[in-house]
Design a protein around this ligand. Structure first.
Ligand SMILES: C[S@@+](CC[C@H](N)C(=O)[O-])C[C@H]1O[C@@H](n2cnc3c(N)ncnc32)[C@H](O)[C@@H]1O
Length: 278
């Protein structure tokens, strides 16, 4: 295990410079940074002026590009108000647009009756290479919504010009760019939810790892970085996948000791359920 694997409790702006100096490279940067909406993480990171938010985000994205492998990707969560600034910063950093995705949920809280209730958070996918990247289409297929198309044959022209009949993929339909996963609100997520104010659901983060982490010999085998690790969801999801036989190495950087402690406790709880004696 190298010194940068696992949880690093520190300032990502400082740790990132170390990662660059040491020549560390990641296949995937999957992160949920402060959205700049005034949340209390125990620091002022979510309370910047727009100018500072744009400047800081742009500098971080420029530097994060330096730790991406040539075919690596960045997945970056944001909020509808400000995701535009992040998208521009990604273009300016020389990254390549792949998709503006939507995390869709219906069990969020509504904060105002003067506007529609919030049912989504956008997240951007940019790649480091214009033509090469990882997307594991078969790992994230979803059930077909209806069998209507099967009632009469659907014909299409194949590449060789011959007429073909469409057959459903036995692994399911291609996932779309709207990712449906409930937030951790309510009693049914009591066990998963920690005190962190913006903890992401493991279901969503696991699905993203499956979609974007490189595979080798049928297992997930890549390096993932989350520079805003919070309560440690990324690490927990990677370790659960590793317990099922995958070989993901990961780094999670978090500024606040309180959230690092929670992340460590979540990892320890996993070991307890697995009966590890390390
Ligand atoms: C949106 S939260 C991440 C939540 C995480 N996805 C989870 O599931 O728990 C963003 C986190 O970034 C942390 N943070 C803010 N500035 C940071 C910095 N400069 N270095 C490292 N972490 C930072 C905050 O303390 C906060 O916990």
């Amino acid at each position: 295990m190298n010194q940068f694997e696992g949880i690093i409790c520190g300032d990502m702006d400082i740790v990132l410079d170390d990662l660059i100096r040491q020549g560390e490279k990641y296949d995937l940067i999957l992160t949920d940074p402060p959205y700049n909406i005034n949340k209390d993480f125990g620091n002022d990171s979510d309370k910047l002026s727009i100018e500072d938010f744009v400047e800081k985000s742009s500098e971080r994205i420029r530097k994060l590009k330096e730790v991406l492998t040539p075919t690596g990707s960045i997945i970056w969560f944001g909020i509808h108000d400000y995701i535009c600034y992040i998208q521009i910063a990604m273009y300016n950093a020389g990254l390549y647009y792949r998709r503006l995705n939507i995390w869709h949920y219906e069990n969020g809280f509504s904060r105002s009756q003067k506007e529609p209730a919030t049912h989504y958070e956008p997240f951007l996918w940019f790649s480091n290479h214009p033509k090469k990247w990882t997307y594991n289409v078969d790992e994230v297929r979803v059930p077909y919504k209806s069998t209507e198309r099967l009632k009469s044959p659907v014909k299409y022209k194949g590449k060789d010009g011959s007429t073909k009949i469409w057959q459903p993929n036995p692994k399911g339909s291609m996932r779309g760019d709207v990712w449906d996963f409930p937030t951790l609100a309510g009693k049914r997520f009591e066990k998963e939810k920690t005190e962190h104010p913006t903890q992401k659901p493991e279901s969503l983060i696991t699905e993203l790892i499956k979609a974007f982490c490189p595979m080798q010999d049928g297992i997930f085998n890549g390096r993932i970085l989350d520079p805003f690790h919070g309560s440690g969801t990324l690490g927990v999801c990677c370790e659960k996948l590793n317990a099922a036989g995958n070989k993901i190495t990961w780094t999670g950087i978090e500024l606040e000791q309180r959230w690092c402690d929670i992340a460590n406790a979540r990892l320890e709880a996993l070991k307890d359920t697995r009966g590890d004696d390390e």
